[in-house]
Design a protein around this ligand. Structure first.
Ligand code: ZN
Length: 146
C-alpha cells in the first residue's frame, strides 16, 4: 500500500471542516476549542456535534494555562520531516478552564530531564516548520509556567 501525503504534510490542513477552526484561531495566537452551545461541554477532538447532547458547538477561546497529564520524549524521527526536531517532548495537557479536555501538544522551552506529570504549563505559539516541507504555520505548544 502506498500512502500519498500533500506537499505540505505534516503541516495541519486549515481547510479541514472539523479542525480548521483550531488552526485559524492559532494563526491569531488564540487557543480555541469547541464548546457546546446547548450544554456547555467541551468537545475535543471535534466531531460534527456535541458528544454529550448532540448540540451545536462553537470555537471558544480558552486561557491557555494547564498541567501536563502525560508525556513522552521522542528520540526517533518516524517521518523524515521530524529529523531536525528530535529529541522533543510531546504529550497531553489538561487545561484549567476546559474541563474534560486532554489536548495533544508538543512541549517547548522545557528541560527534557526535568519534565514531569502535573507540571504547570502555559500555551505559547511557535512557527511550525518541517525539514523538506514548504511553508509554516503558527501552532500552540506548551512551556513551563514561571
Ligand atoms: Zn452538549
Amino acid at each position: 500500500m502506498t500512502t500519498h501525503f500533500s506537499s505540505t504534510f505534516p503541516l495541519p490542513d486549515p481547510s479541514d471542516p472539523l479542525t480548521g477552526g483550531f488552526w485559524s484561531h492559532a494563526q491569531q495566537r488564540v487557543l480555541a476549542l469547541p464548546r457546546c452551545q446547548a450544554c456547555g461541554a467541551w468537545c475535543w477532538y471535534p466531531r460534527a456535534t456535541c458528544v454529550a447532547c448532540s448540540g451545536p458547538w462553537r470555537w471558544t477561546p480558552v486561557g491557555g494555562h494547564g498541567r501536563i497529564f502525560t508525556f513522552t520524549i521522542v528520540h526517533k524521527a518516524f517521518l523524515p520531516a521530524f529529523a531536525d526536531d528530535i529529541p522533543f517532548a510531546t504529550g497531553l495537557v489538561v487545561l484549567d478552564d476546559a474541563e474534560g479536555i486532554r489536548l495533544a501538544t508538543r512541549f517547548s522551552n522545557i528541560d527534557l530531564a526535568a519534565i514531569e506529570m502535573d507540571m504547570p504549563v502555559t500555551v505559547r505559539f511557535e512557527e511550525l516548520r518541517f525539514a523538506g516541507v514548504d511553508g509554516s504555520m503558527l501552532a500552540p505548544v506548551f512551556e513551563p509556567r514561571p
